[in-house]
Design a protein around this ligand. Structure first.
Ligand code: G1P
Length: 290
């Protein structure tokens, strides 16, 4: 069993970033020199996946255009002899095969994933949430794929969070297995009320799912916030077949949150080959004058 396809839901309205996201998708907000969605797509490519399925909605065509070939721009750059820039743009459109499916109603993350069922078919697949950006030595998606090669079952990426933040996440309970940072899931709950779980293992937006998730999602009724929750379907899949949780190596940024987004800009800026050194010096000066 090989994981060949990755689903990236991009249908969300981005209300947390208004007014910036009034006319552009939140996935197109820039971190240093590329939109956040490009980092996610590059993570997928670096992990050896063959195809991406974007789950889109109205007003998201800028994302499709970003990964398409822009004939007009290409001609203009050629005429102006901007060869390197032209090549860089072409490389983006050649990164990977991309398919889009429309989520017709905003019924929740579980429903968004369900809309990919006909494109995925009967094989395991990966899900990546665009708000969660991970800086790591080995791409986070690849870390999950390596575990999948060993266990051949569904996997969720997790991170320990402060106990008071658990109501913001899907929370996993599980038993440690004989492998570093890996757990067999026993229970999971979407955005638990304070005091209802002892676990601080939060689901971060990277999953590998067995195709049975689709028949479970067919029957999943609205849960937290009145939405069809992926986490509710994952709990049913855990009971039906089993599920693993893996604490990945790397730093995660919540780019869907203003502070998380600012932190991501600084972290990615500091690692940028051409800008990092200068940015570090500048930040040191700014901090010294506070
Ligand atoms: C979604 C998932 C949640 C997960 C989170 C990670 O929630 O439903 O289980 O912990 O992503 O970012 P959202 O942040 O979309 O409310």
């Amino acid at each position: 069993m090989q994981v060949r396809k990755a689903v990236i839901p991009v249908a969300g309205l981005g209300t947390r970033f208004l007014p910036a996201t009034k006319a552009i998708p939140k996935e197109m907000l820039t971190i240093v020199d590329r939109p956040t969605i490009q980092y996610i797509v590059e993570e997928v490519v670096a992990s050896g996946i063959d195809q991406i399925i974007f789950i889109t909605s109205e007003g998201k065509s800028a994302i499709e255009n970003h990964f398409d070939f822009n004939f007009h721009l290409d001609a203009v750059l050629k005429e102006k002899k901007k060869v390197v820039l032209g090549e860089e743009l072409n490389n983006i459109s050649n990164l990977i095969d991309i398919v889009s499916v429309r989520q017709k109603k905003p019924l929740g993350l579980g429903h968004a994933i369900w809309t990919a069922r006909n494109v995925i078919g009967d094989e395991p697949f990966m899900v990546l949430l665009g708000d969660d950006m991970v800086l790591s030595k080995t791409p986070c998606a690849k870390q999950l794929l390596d575990l999948f090669d060993e266990v051949g079952e569904s996997i969720v990426a997790i991170q320990r969070v402060p106990m008071e933040e658990t109501p913001q996440y899907g929370i996993v309970e599980g038993d440690k297995i004989d492998r570093d940072n890996t757990y067999k899931v026993t229970r999971m709950v979407e955005k638990p009320a304070p005091g209802t779980t002892d676990s601080n293992m939060a689901i971060i937006g990277r999953y590998i799912l067995m195709p049975e998730i689709f028949t479970i999602l067919d029957k999943t009724t609205p849960g937290h916030g009145g939405e069809i929750q992926l986490t509710d379907a994952l709990l049913a899949l855990t009971k039906q077949r089993g599920m693993y949780a893996m604490e990945f190596e790397g730093t995660r940024f919540d780019a869907g949150d203003k502070m998380g987004y600012l932190k991501a800009i600084i972290a990615y800026g500091l690692r940028h080959p051409a800008l990092g050194k200068q940015l570090k010096e500048h930040l040191q000066k700014v901090v010294a004058t506070l």
